[in-house]
Design a protein. Structure first.
Length: 303
């Protein structure tokens, strides 16, 4: 069976159903295997402690400079989160948005700027609004819904929506569903960045909550916006450096390989987006509620 063009800039694989099922299965498996203790407490906390030179959980956030530094460091400490899977999944769309004719790091700079603009826009707005709304947000509440903390209810709602959006974008890249960004690759990249920025709206990461409370106590929406932007930038910095180094070391061959073949780009990007989307949906809307008695989900001995 011949390949059939699905959308502008992509090529539909001959058997998209297998790719969709395989990617979804990978997302479910990741939700089963994922250990938040390892990611948040072992890796995240230790990285933050090392960078700050003290225990991040008890460190004082006194003053604007300290707050901004804590925002960036805690964001960098959260590198091993789903943000960077989304970043990896965005490389294909970014290479298409740039045209990637030269296949160099410079070719990636402009779409990376669009991605960052989408991410920063959401982070800044939520930071400012979060300071104004304050402890009324479930994310900062100590209340519970049944046995489940209200902040995790917000996480379940937000990550569920983000998961659905990422899954849809992955299916659209395969031509399985209508592509809302057909012939608008720049808009696609901006939206992907915005979805990564929206991770902060649901994030229950302890160091982020500490930062959030500090921003609210300051009463300054601009400070809230600035710290949230730095938190998001810290989250994706390592991924940006890795992809940039790959582009430079391979003299653009990596980007040409990734973006030069429409079929390959569609397959890799859609697989990552679907896997990440399904992971977010299953983890936050099935596994986490099951921990508090809402339904059932299999667990591993270590998680």
């Amino acid at each position: 069976m011949a390949r059939v063009p699905a959308v502008a800039g992509t090529v539909r694989p001959t058997r998209p159903g297998r790719l969709v099922l395989g990617s979804a299965a990978a997302g479910v498996l990741l939700a089963v295997l994922w250990s938040y203790e390892l990611v948040d407490h072992v890796i995240g906390a230790n990285v933050a402690n090392a960078l700050l030179g003290e225990d991040a959980a008890t460190a004082s956030i006194a003053g604007t400079a300290a707050g901004l530094a804590f925002a960036f460091v805690s964001g960098l400490a959260g590198t091993f989160t789903a943000c960077n899977i989304a970043m990896a999944a965005s490389i294909g769309p970014m290479s298409q948005a740039s045209g990637a004719a030269s296949g160099t790091a410079r070719a990636l700079a402009r779409p990376l700027g669009w991605f960052t603009a989408g991410m920063v826009g959401v982070s800044a707005v939520y930071g400012a609004v979060g300071v104004l709304v304050g402890t009324s947000l479930p994310q900062l509440s100590t209340a519970t819904v049944g046995a489940m903390p209200a902040r995790l209810v917000q996480s379940a709602v937000v990550f569920g929506v983000v998961g659905l959006a990422l899954t849809y974008l992955g299916l659209a890249a395969l031509g399985v569903v209508p592509d809302l960004f057909r012939a608008r690759p720049v808009a696609r990249v901006v939206v992907l960045g915005a979805l990564v920025g929206a991770f902060l709206i649901g994030r229950p990461y302890p160091l982020f909550i500490k930062l959030f409370r500090s921003a609210v106590e300051s009463g300054n929406p601009l400070y809230g916006a600035g710290t949230f932007v730095l938190q998001s930038i810290g989250n994706i910095l390592l991924a940006v450096i890795v992809f940039t180094v790959l582009a430079l070391v391979t003299k653009g061959r990596f980007l040409r390989w990734f973006g030069g073949n429409q079929h390959r780009t569609a397959v890799v990007s859609s697989a990552l987006l679907i896997a990440l989307g399904v992971f977010l949906l299953v983890y936050w809307d099935v596994r986490v509620p099951a921990i508090f008695g809402f339904g059932w989900f299999p667990t591993m001995p270590y998680n």
